[in-house]
Design a protein around this ligand. Structure first.
Ligand code: HEM
Length: 128
């Protein structure tokens, strides 16, 4: 499928490993985001996100083999994700995607998905 091609095109496992390593290095020290994450299982959180993204783009299905259906909105329900959390998440992810130095078309494909997914994970909408 097109997605399988994309997983391979961007460099497969090694690329997703670099992406999430860079992302979580920043999240761990982010004052807004770090408190939301399991302080005793950073490595597990990194692995879950990596496996999910690998599966989404057509790589191995290890994520669902271990976790079942992603149901990402439901899994994020315990965390208050407003504009500040979503913006911080996206800022670190943008930096991590930049670090991959992908060709512009691949960058746009990956980023388009991540930005859309982050919008859909927001579950607090403060009135202004
Ligand atoms: C899990 C925060 C957006 C994918 C988590 C966890 C937190 C979190 C605190 C729990 C860590 C763990 O134990 O795994 C956030 C925040 C977001 C955001 C603040 C800001 C919008 C996203 C997006 C995606 C995503 C856009 C997908 C593209 C995941 C996955 C898990 C996870 C796959 C593990 C779910 C599981 O199997 O339990 N997120 N997240 N998150 N997040 Fe997010």
């Amino acid at each position: 499928s097109e997605r399988t091609a994309f997983y391979d095109e961007v460099g497969g496992h090694a690329t997703f490993e670099r992406l999430v390593a860079r992302f979580y290095a920043a999240v761990r020290t982010d004052p807004v985001l770090a408190p939301l994450y399991p302080q005793d299982d950073w490595e597990g959180a990194e692995t879950r996100l990596r496996r999910f993204l690998e599966q989404y783009w057509g790589g191995p299905t290890t994520y669902s083999d271990e976790r079942g259906h992603p149901r990402l909105r439901m899994r994020h329900a315990p965390f208050a994700i407003g504009p500040a959390e979503r913006n911080a998440w996206l800022r670190h992810m943008r930096d991590a995607v930049d670090s991959l130095d992908l060709p512009p078309e691949q960058d746009a494909t990956l980023w388009g998905y991540l930005a859309m997914a982050a919008r859909s994970m927001q579950n607090r909408f403060p009135a202004d």
